[in-house]
Design a binder for this molecule. Structure first.
Ligand SMILES: Cc1cc2nc3c(=O)[nH]c(=O)nc-3n(C[C@H](O)[C@H](O)[C@H](O)COP(=O)(O)O)c2cc1C
Ligand SMILES: [Mn+2]
Length: 487
């Protein structure tokens, strides 16, 4: 099913006993973070989504941790397991164009499915029930924006869908980039230089054109997830959201800028980013578990805020894993695996372990079929979309369960000769990496933990892995309880 808006998702979470409503007064400064952090780590309470209905000084309730478990992440996309979405993508990507007429006809529903995804423009929308263009009125001051961690540079909007258009092509882009509140009508705009929002802005800057931006807060969950997904540049994340929820996203024209926003969003901020202005942004307690350092970023000036009559303010807390964004990242790992396999068909499975916070480590199992195959995959990963940031790439043979970190460590520690099996190079790193000498550029390591072949120069015998013979296993299975029964 496709949720119409955030409130329908909240109702579903409640019905599924995945929501905790908190009526005790809480502060948006640090307190909501500490509660959310404890709940997301199951310290003293089961991990649930949290709806804070009594936030000191604000009328709007705050929703946190809505995507914060494997179950809720799947629920947000209307499936039981995100691998169901991966399966649909795999079907769409199938190369085999059938040569029979019946076969061709069977493709039709698939293609029709795709053609139904583009967003629809509507004339009226609930997100514009209340329109505020008088900038002397409370705007950001109305929103219970969280200050998450003690050394944060201020309060940050943490779950915003930032909507821009490329000035050359008009192609729409939606990305999630945090916004630091500076005052009632201005925020930071923390788009990393590698991300599409920043690229659109750079194009506009070179053309010397005013760059309009809209921000949607509190959308149907598939739309929010789509803003975080590594959708290739030039592809509208709203189309991807339509595919995910099997229903087009409805958009409405903004009131003061030439952009469209989800009609059912809770809150919309409209405005522009100045072409030259920069301001210190951060520090911010980030998903690496460390503070990302303060730096200069563009500034977002609000020209209007619109919202539904009784908005819910959505927020996420990032910090030491596991937290809500981990489950969003894990969904991406599985949903985009078929796309990755399309380019690298030898890949069996991939694990981006939580401890590596996605950009720092990828463990990949492959069907090794020629000498140097692991090296080929290591190098390919460093050239692929957002995977280019990966700091450590570990390759194992197909039979290894990449999600079992103990099994992977066993292979790495025992199957490698570091002087032979490690590739060390340099390349782009995630902007959040704090260990490299330079921002966004530094060292990388690939580890080939596959069994070594004679064709790769390994001339010793590779030992067999210990396993018991099947007949003995069967015999012991059958008698197992008897061995321990008291006679
Ligand atoms: C909770 C959360 C916060 C994020 N914050 C930022 C951010 O502040 N800046 C940024 O550039 N990317 C951030 N990201 C990652 C981007 O949203 C993500 O890489 C997205 O695919 C970028 O889309 P784009 O390539 O269309 O720009 C965040 C992701 C999540 C889940
Ligand atoms: Mn994009």
């Amino acid at each position: 099913m496709a949720y119409k808006n955030l409130k329908e998702f909240i109702a579903h979470l409640k019905q599924q006993d995945e929501l905790l409503e908190i009526d005790t007064a809480v502060s948006a400064e640090l307190e909501i973070t500490e509660i959310t952090d404890r709940v997301s780590k199951e310290q003293g309470f089961p991990n649930k989504a949290l709806l804070f209905r009594n936030v000191e000084g604000y009328e709007m309730p705050v929703l946190t941790n809505a995507f914060g478990s494997y179950r809720r992440m799947a629920m947000s996309l209307g499936v039981n397991d995100v691998r169901e979405v991966a399966k649909r993508i795999e079907e769409l990507l199938k190369p085999d164009i059938p040569d029979t007429l019946a076969g061709k006809a069977s493709l039709l529903p698939k293609l029709l499915e795709v053609s139904q995804f583009p967003p629809q423009i509507v004339k009226t929308a609930s997100c514009q029930d209340v329109v505020i263009t008088d900038l002397s009125q409370p705007i950001l001051d109305k929103l219970p924006i969280l200050k998450c961690w003690p050394q944060d540079g201020g309060a940050f909007i943490t779950l915003p869908l930032v909507i821009t258009k490329n000035p050359h092509t008009g192609a729409r882009n939606i990305g999630m980039y945090r916004l630091q509140k500076y005052d009632n009508t201005t925020t930071g705009m923390h788009w990393h230089k590698h991300h599409d929002g920043a690229k659109n802005y750079e194009d506009a800057r070179k053309l010397g054109r005013r760059f309009e931006v809209a921000v949607a807060l509190g959308c149907a969950p598939a739309i929010t997830y789509a803003a975080t997904a590594p959708v290739p540049q030039g592809i509208d994340e709203f189309i991807f959201a339509g595919f995910l929820r099997k229903k087009p996203v409805q958009l409405v024209k903004c009131v003061t800028v030439d952009l469209e926003v989800p009609a059912d969003a809770e809150i919309v901020l409209e405005g522009y980013v100045d072409l030259e202005e920069r301001r210190i942004e951060g520090p911010f307690g980030d998903h690496t578990g460390y503070y990302s350092l303060a730096d200069n970023y563009p500034v977002f000036h609000i020209t209007a805020m619109t919202h539904v009559k009784d908005p819910v303010y959505p927020a996420t807390v990032v910090g030491k894993p596991p937290q809500e964004d981990c489950y969003m990242g894990k969904a991406t790992e599985q949903i985009f695996l078929p796309v990755l396999r399309k380019i690298l068909p030898e890949i069996v499975d991939m694990n981006l372990p939580l401890e590596g916070v996605f950009h720092n480590c990828a463990i990949i199992s492959i069907n090794k079929s020629y000498p140097g195959h692991a090296n080929k995959v290591i190098n390919a990963v460093w050239g692929l979309g957002q995977l280019m940031f990966t700091k450590f790439v570990i390759i194992v043979d197909s039979e290894v369960d990449v999600h079992n970190l103990s099994a992977v460590s066993w292979r790495v520690f025992n199957n490698t000769d570091p002087s032979r099996d490690c590739v060390i190079t340099k390349g782009p790193l995630d902007v959040l990496d704090h260990a490299s000498d330079l921002l966004g550029f530094g060292g990388k390591m690939g580890i080939d933990a596959t069994k070594k072949w004679a064709e790769e120069g390994f001339n010793r015998e590779w030992p067999a892995e210990i396993t018991m013979s099947d007949d003995i296993k069967k015999k012991v299975d059958e008698k197992f309880r008897n061995y321990f029964a008291k006679s």
